[in-house]
Write a protein that binds this ligand. Structure first.
Ligand code: BGC
Length: 734
């Protein structure tokens, strides 16, 4: 059996080391690839000292820290650490460290190398919020699989993604990292991401372990400011914030990250209820929980722990298995065990889960990453192709007055700070993305429309009369202006909150000056959050939201503007009319008074663009909504609800049908509508297709009590799609 490990190691380390290992561990079961994982885990665990066990629960960094929000890096990184956040791209460096771990530590337990591969590793895909707007979970899974392969082949086995924090406050910069305001969207897209990252087998050499974050309620941070408390009732926890995590666990996510926020006073990283009672006991999660960066030590800042040792005890006993960055488990767990404050059994369970993942990743049998040249593992044509597909499908056309788009053979004035900015298109959390490798709007448009003239017009937050004059001249000489405005990457993502969803004055002023020229304006937006567009929107004939579309963002824009690609994205997050409306989201509970009472006195009540909104170059009509049976008695049996969708326009296009359910009367007020299914399909002009929602009442209609019990009340429900609706009655069989 040792032969197996020996054969592999012989190809990766010097023969003398192999000999040494053969002598010291002649019959180690855990080294035998043919033995089932649980037995390998037990065997290894039985050989480990307490110190070795504790070190498996500690995570440090390797390489230069690229997350500037995380400044405190512990100086020493013991070789016995269970995992590293690896900031490099070179499998060689990683292998050298791994080789030292394998050969210089007593048991040769390989480390896991982790990284925030949030929307790509070197090839950058659309940000998750934009991916949600594609309403194409299959494509999102492919993008994650491509990112996983790039990462794994570059030495990373674990990504801290997907983020499935439901977010309803666009001021929160991290809204960009998740799938928007809706629990169901976050569930479907998060599960797709998990499947994409993890693939068929974690040991495949192209998959990485996923991490559901930030468990739980981080999206409700007060005022949209980062690292703040969250006040979440148990009912909201169960109905809004937990479902995406549950879906991710069901999809097989290997790990979960505990959040920075508190949940109504109990920090997420010291929360026995969410971490142990729900995650482990109710959902049966059998992976491990990693803290967020320093979130164990931060329990002291949050004033629930009196000192670092107390913080380590609280986090560990609540259910945080691995301590990211702050080193408190290394410093205090042994002492806490000695004092009887932490049990050995709890330590063994945590270590076993870490070891299990290492075996599943194939690290014991294959600890080194093949060192192939970068051009063979990153930015391949396949990577770029999926990045392009995602950028196309996630763009949302918000306005297209008089069919201004597509633009055929026009002289374009390309203006704006985002027009030639690769870094801006890569956006926040762009990992190892390189701005120069991203196709900018200018590069792509100049190829498609050779008569394009470019003038920046202003900076993201600065303006000069010289730049304005140049841009105005360009606009005067053109047939149409493509005005590219938006947010710098740092204005969203972690620690990227903003007090307003408006773009800075400089950009609004540029828009006003350009609009005054009188040429048609196509406003192209790049941002990591929903924007307040009420002043900009009237200045433009067409508005296209590109989000932060990544490496192929420019190509996608040129294809959409030229009409080669028909836009098909829909909003996964509401665009308010004014920032003052925040939080504003479609799934709100009903008002106590009708007839517009209670609305703001100074602005319209409706958002500028609601959830699910998005135009196309073609048109779709919905008809013949029907249900297999208008009433049901057995909630476990599916009810088929169908609608015919016809492409009534002149070009091929993709349409997403969004299916909502409403409970007409219930014991507690529920959201007016709840998304429960969606389907996207391509239709040729004149083609009609039947879209079907196979509704399972016990899955799709209940709400959760504050204790997490699903309740399905008898009575009438309504199912709606594209403004059509049909009743569905439930009478339980006795
Ligand atoms: C972020 C996490 C991230 C971690 C590691 C933290 O600051 O909140 O989302 O995964 O750093 O970089």
């Amino acid at each position: 059996m040792l032969g197996c490990a020996g054969v592999f190691v012989a190809s990766a380390v010097s023969p003398c080391v192999v000999t040494a290992q053969v002598k010291t561990e002649p019959a180690a079961l855990y080294k035998d690839a043919a033995v089932p994982v649980d037995r390998r885990v037990d065997d290894l665990l039985a050989r480990m000292t307490l110190e070795e066990k504790i070190m498996q629960l500690c995570q440090y960094t390797a390489g230069g820290n690229t997350n500037e929000n995380n400044v405190e890096v512990k100086a020493d990184h013991p070789l016995t650490s269970g995992s590293y956040i690896y900031y490099g791209t070179d499998p060689g460096f990683r292998n050298r460290l791994q080789r030292r771990i394998m050969t210089e530590t007593r048991l040769g337990i390989p480390a896991i190398f982790a990284q925030d591969v949030i929307h790509g590793f070197r090839t950058i895909y659309q940000i998750p919020l934009g991916q949600a707007c594609s309403f194409n979970p299959g494509l999102a899974a492919r993008a994650c699989a491509m990112a996983a392969a790039e990462a794994r082949r570059s030495g990373i086995e674990w990504t801290f993604s997907p983020m499935v924090d439901v977010a309803r406050d666009g001021r929160w910069g991290r809204i960009s990292e998740g799938y928007g305001e809706d629990p169901y969207m976050n569930s479907v897209m998060g599960a797709a991401a998990v499947r994409g990252y993890q693939g068929e087998s974690l040991a495949s050499g192209v998959s990485v372990a996923a991490c559901l974050k930030h468990y739980v309620g981080y999206g409700a941070s007060e005022g949209g400011r980062d690292y703040r408390p969250a006040d979440i009732s148990d009912r909201a926890l169960w109905n809004t914030y937990l479902p995406p995590f549950h879906a991710g666990v069901e999809a097989g996510a290997a790990t979960v990250m505990s959040g920075f926020n508190d949940i109504s006073g109990v920090p997420a990283s010291a929360n026995y209820y969410t971490l142990t009672e729900i995650l482990r006991n109710r959902w049966g999660f059998d992976g491990f929980v990693v803290s967020d960066w320093d979130s164990v030590r931060q329990l002291v800042n949050q004033r629930v722990a009196s000192d670092d040792a107390d913080a380590a005890m609280l986090a560990f006993n609540a259910g945080v298995d691995v301590d990211m960055a702050d080193g408190l488990y290394a410093d205090y767990l042994a002492r806490l065990i000695g004092e009887g404050k932490v049990s050995m059994d709890r330590v063994d369970r945590a270590v076993a889960q870490v070891l299990k993942l290492k075996f599943e990743l194939g690290l014991f049998d294959n600890p080194y990453t093949p060192e192939v040249p970068a051009e063979e593992r990153v930015l391949t044509p396949d990577n770029r192709r999926i990045a392009l597909e995602m950028a196309r499908e996630s763009a949302v056309l918000l306005k297209n007055e008089g069919n201004l788009l597509p633009l055929a053979g026009k002289r374009i004035a390309l203006i704006g700070p985002m027009a030639d900015d690769g870094a801006g298109l890569n956006g926040n959390w762009s990992c190892h993305g390189v701005a120069a490798e991203t196709v900018t709007f200018r590069q792509a448009l100049t190829r498609t429309f050779p008569a394009t003239v470019y003038a920046r017009g202003c900076g993201f937050d600065s303006i000069s009369s010289a730049e304005i004059s140049e841009a105005v001249r360009a606009a005067q000489e053109a047939d149409v202006v493509v005005l590219c405005l938006g947010e710098m990457p740092k204005w969203s993502g972690e620690n990227g909150s903003r007090s307003t969803l408006s773009l800075p004055d400089a950009q609004e002023r540029l828009a006003a000056e350009i609009s005054a020229v009188g040429k048609p304006v196509v406003l192209v937006l790049t941002s990591g959050r929903p924007l307040e567009l009420r002043r900009l929107e009237p200045m433009a004939g067409a508005v296209l939201q590109m989000w932060q579309p990544g490496t192929e963002g420019g190509t996608a824009l040129a294809e959409i503007l030229s009409g080669e690609v028909c836009p098909s994205g829909k909003l996964a997050v509401t665009f308010p009319y004014s920032t003052g409306q925040v939080p504003i989201y479609y799934g709100a509970r009903p008002n106590a008074r009708t007839g517009g009472q209670g609305n703001y006195q100074d602005i319209q009540d409706a958002p500028l663009y609601p959830f699910g909104y998005g135009l196309s170059y073609t048109e779709f009509s919905y008809s013949n909504l029907r249900v297999s049976a208008p009433a049901f008695t057995d909630p476990a049996l599916p009810v088929e609800i169908s609608v015919d969708v016809t492409n009534t326009g002149r070009c091929t296009g993709k349409e997403t049908a969004l299916w909502f359910v409403s409970d007409e009367v219930s014991a507690v007020a529920r959201p007016v509508r709840e998304l429960r299914h969606f389907e996207k399909r391509e239709l040729q002009p004149g083609e009609t297709a039947t879209f079907t929602f196979s509704l399972i009442p016990s899955r799709d209609l209940p709400y959760y009590t504050p204790d997490g019990e699903p309740v399905l009340e008898p009575g009438r429900f309504t199912v709606s799609v594209a403004g059509l609706s049909i009743p569905l009655d439930y009478t339980p069989a006795h």
